[in-house]
Design a binder for this molecule. Structure first.
Ligand code: BGP
Length: 458
């Protein structure tokens, strides 16, 4: 058994395209669902974000200063194919990612590339309904093929879809709408099925083209516990975890729809658009590692209250209970690092020895810039606790190969813009104004720099 972090452990950090790049309407990029959402929110200006598109050299220099061994970022589909399925890719988009990837490699930083992170090209929604229509399977496959052709010689680690279960349960995140809630859920589950099929085809293609590459999903792993030891609460908690988190892992690694999911569809009277040959597609294309986005644990108990709108289908008739003994963030979010070790053990029990990359893990704050410095002790505590438990999980025998906290630099939070910051690097802009966009390493940056330099001893 490993008793410390492996020598070649990839200490990284994470971001996604629309949350950092800006330049949403520059150099031929097409509009995405994320850009459209941004127009309806005063907080989410993706035309600027934190302007990584124009700060890429400076940002990679900061990554090198931090000592990163890996950097997880996403490619914007509509920067490569402005309409999602154009005949030819947008060369300026390819040039931007070539520049980024080459800069990373020059600095010995391993690129970990997400193909799709909440930013469906809006044109695909207009053309045929986006992910809810099976036509998307081919379009995603062609997009992925282009990424392999353009960048596959230098990128070894690929993540297909970020947080698929969130997209399935909140179909609006993929631009899918319907006033009828049941129909909306049916579209959401069909988009889920299309995402499974599209990814399976892409896993297969990747193994055929680059047998040494690693490819897998970036799963939202929401670890939850029952409020008490009653079997009813424990069963509900397990069912939710299966339907929200393990479903994405089960399909990617086992190559079939799990029986608990079929039961859920039947109970919800939801029909999927099955075609002959689908089962073979799922069976023949499997991931060879897991990306896990892990933040916190939650405690649930059954309630008779109405379901919350969010994830109404899967999370129904439950109440979230906050544990006041834990450090809780302003955003309904607790500090519970032992939960990470517990969660990793569970994954390893289910799929022994599967390589795991922690693709997100982080602490949100309203950080303040004071005389060029940002003091973020809670984020340091969060990172320290999670790195400690990660080491314990590795000692337990869990095959974690990389840790990429969210986020490398401050970026647009999905719902709160710049109010809710996760970065190791502060970016001088806020929700009201773009200010000068200057970058300032926070205290947590220097903490993490030591962690990396000592391979986790800190
Ligand atoms: C994950 C997403 C990220 C990121 C993070 C924090 O779900 O993959 O894109 O945003 O959560 O969430 P939020 O921005 O809502 O605080």
């Amino acid at each position: 058994l490993q008793d410390d972090f492996p020598k070649n452990f990839l200490w990284g950090a994470s971001t996604s395209a629309f949350q950092v790049e800006g330049a949403a309407y520059e150099d031929g990029k097409g509009e995405s669902v994320a850009d459209l959402r941004s127009q309806n929110s005063k907080f989410l200006d993706t035309s600027v974000s934190v302007d990584h598109y124009h700060h890429v050299e400076e940002d990679v220099a900061l990554m090198a200063k931090l000592g990163l061994k890996s950097y997880r970022f996403s490619i914007s589909w509509s920067r490569i194919f402005p309409h999602g399925n154009d005949k030819e890719p947008n060369q300026k988009g390819i040039a931007f990612y070539n520049k980024l990837i080459n800069l990373l490699i020059k600095n010995q930083i391993e690129p970990i590339v997400t193909m799709f992170h909440f930013d469906c090209p809006i044109s695909l929604v207009k053309q045929y309904g986006g992910w809810a229509n099976r036509k998307v399977i081919n379009d995603f496959y062609n997009y992925a093929k282009t990424l392999f052709n353009e960048f596959g010689d230098r990128v070894k680690y690929w993540l297909t879809i970020n947080e698929q279960s969130l997209l399935a349960n909140v179909p609006e995140m993929n631009g899918i709408k319907d006033n009828d809630l049941r129909l909306l859920r049916e579209k959401g589950e069909n988009s889920n099925y299309n995402m499974f099929l599209a990814q399976a085809k892409v896993y297969r293609l990747c193994h055929d083209l680059f047998p040494d590459s690693m490819i897998g999903p970036a799963v939202s792993y929401m670890t939850n516990f029952p409020y008490d030891h009653t079997s009813k609460n424990a069963l509900k908690s397990k069912n939710m975890e299966d339907l929200i988190s393990f479903i994405d892992m089960d399909v990617a690694l086992r190559g079939e729809l799990p029986s608990y999911y079929l039961r859920y569809l039947e109970d919800s009277k939801i029909t999927l658009d099955y075609h002959e040959g689908d089962a073979d597609i799922l069976k023949n294309g499997r991931a060879n590692f897991l990306g896990l986005n892990w933040y916190s644990t939650s405690v649930f108990k059954l309630s008779n209250e109405e379901s919350p709108k969010m994830l109404a289908g899967v999370i129904s008739n439950v109440e979230k209970v906050t544990d006041d003994r834990l450090m809780n963030s302003e955003w309904d979010f607790s500090y519970d690092p032992v939960g990470l070790r517990f969660a990793l053990q569970k994954v390893n029990d289910r799929y022994p020895h599967i390589p795991i990359i922690i693709t997100e893990c982080g602490w949100p704050e309203r950080d303040q810039l004071e005389n060029g410095q940002v003091h973020d002790p809670k984020r340091i505590k969060y990172l320290n606790g999670h790195i400690f438990e990660l080491r314990e999980a590795i000692k337990d025998g869990v095959n974690v190969i990389s840790f990429n906290p969210w986020s490398f630099l401050d970026l647009l939070s999905v719902n709160d813009g710049m109010d809710k910051r996760y970065g190791l690097v502060y970016v001088n802009r806020n929700n009201q104004s773009m200010l000068d966009m200057k970058r300032y390493p926070k205290d947590s940056f220097y903490f993490y720099q030591k962690v990396i330099a000592t391979n986790g001893k800190n």
